[in-house]
Design a protein around this ligand. Structure first.
Ligand code: SF4
Length: 331
């Protein structure tokens, strides 16, 4: 493979970003480190379009780490809504508590300090350091790995699991201090966000829009004749999975003002039965969100063994808690 002209690639991708980037509230000049941090937690597993309204409501309600830390963790889980993987809400709340207690309410600015916070892994620490504090560090997420794999390595997909070679490649691709018109660090920051955006908007997983790509003439995958992936990507099944059932149970708990009797949560009572006393301890009226959550859970008709397993995992993860009255969100 010929050596890529990195300076030209840096220039073309960052110029494309300057002209095409989405305007996202956590990217603006007004976005402080807490705003960036909340967005990074939410974006870990969830697309921008679903994150944005939840992020906006979250930041309005909890504009600082201290504001979130002052509220019960159940409120964070409730506000997380349907973003999925709600353990992120627990961890974000826990991180807010540490930031408030240990860092004077300010999100710390070094990767080492960030890594010490609950729920902050290597990627998130690097992303917050880069996007909130302009630290010229190596940021590698799924989108970036995919662009690197295609553009530089000529492969249709990155490796199935991130490895050291990918990190080394990302480090090699980072603009050096002093490159171009920028001061080096600024270009490194622009490069990280620009590659990420290119992967999200153009070099997408299923159908890359190479005709709109600013580096199509330098792309190793195009030069190699668009070879097929070197493995078959695993689909992510959803229907009938524990993840689907976890989501349905969490929705019932989020919408319940009172603890839910364990048997009702496991048995998914039939709300359609109009005669007799309702068996459930929720104020569910047809058409409201609580009712919909119950109907959704009931429609799954999950086997008892699976329901038991999923409830046990929610309790073990700290997303739900048991009391004599039933199951509720954590206090
Ligand atoms: S030319 Fe296509 S495959 Fe190559 S980096 Fe651009 S969008 Fe991705």
């Amino acid at each position: 493979m010929p050596h890529p002209d990195l300076e030209k690639i840096h220039h073309d991708v960052t110029a494309w970003y300057a002209a095409n980037a989405r305007e996202l509230p956590w990217r603006g000049a007004a976005a402080d480190p807490w705003a960036v941090m909340v967005s990074e937690f939410m974006l870990q597993q969830t697309p921008v379009v679903r994150v944005r309204p939840v992020w906006e409501a979250w930041m309005e309600r909890w504009p600082t780490p201290a504001a979130l830390a002052a509220e019960p963790v159940a409120e964070a889980v409730r506000a997380w809504g349907r973003l999925g993987y709600p353990r992120r809400a627990l961890r974000l709340h826990a991180a807010a508590v540490v930031i408030t207690d240990v860092h004077g309410g300010k999100v710390p600015g070094t990767e080492a300090e960030l890594l010490a916070l609950p729920g902050v892994g290597t990627y998130t620490a690097a992303a917050i350091a880069c996007f909130a504090f302009k630290v010229p560090t190596v940021v590698v997420d799924t989108n970036i790995r995919r662009v690197h794999a295609r553009l530089i390595r000529g492969r249709a997909l990155p490796e199935q699991n991130q490895n050291a070679a990918e990190l080394a490649l990302a480090a090699r691709l980072l603009p050096a201090a002093g490159e171009g018109d920028n001061a080096g660090t600024a270009l490194a920051n622009d490069w990280n966000i620009a590659v990420m955006e290119l992967g999200a908007l153009v070099c997408t997983a299923r159908s890359p829009r190479c005709e709109d790509c600013p580096v199509v003439n330098q792309c190793a995958w195009i030069a190699a004749g668009r070879p097929e992936p070197h493995y078959k990507p695993k689909g992510q099944p959803w229907h009938g999975t524990d993840r689907q059932l976890r989501g349905a149970m969490m929705a019932v708990l989020r919408h319940s003002a009172a603890p839910v009797p364990r048997g009702d949560l496991l048995g998914a009572p039939d709300l359609a039965v109009a005669a007799g006393e309702p068996r459930i301890a929720v104020s569910a009226r047809q058409g409201d969100a609580a009712h919909e959550a119950w109907v959704t859970l009931h429609a799954l008709d999950a086997p008892a063994e699976q329901s038991e397993r999923v409830l046990a995992s929610l309790l073990a993860d700290g997303l739900a808690q048991h009391s004599p009255d039933g199951i509720s969100l954590p206090h």
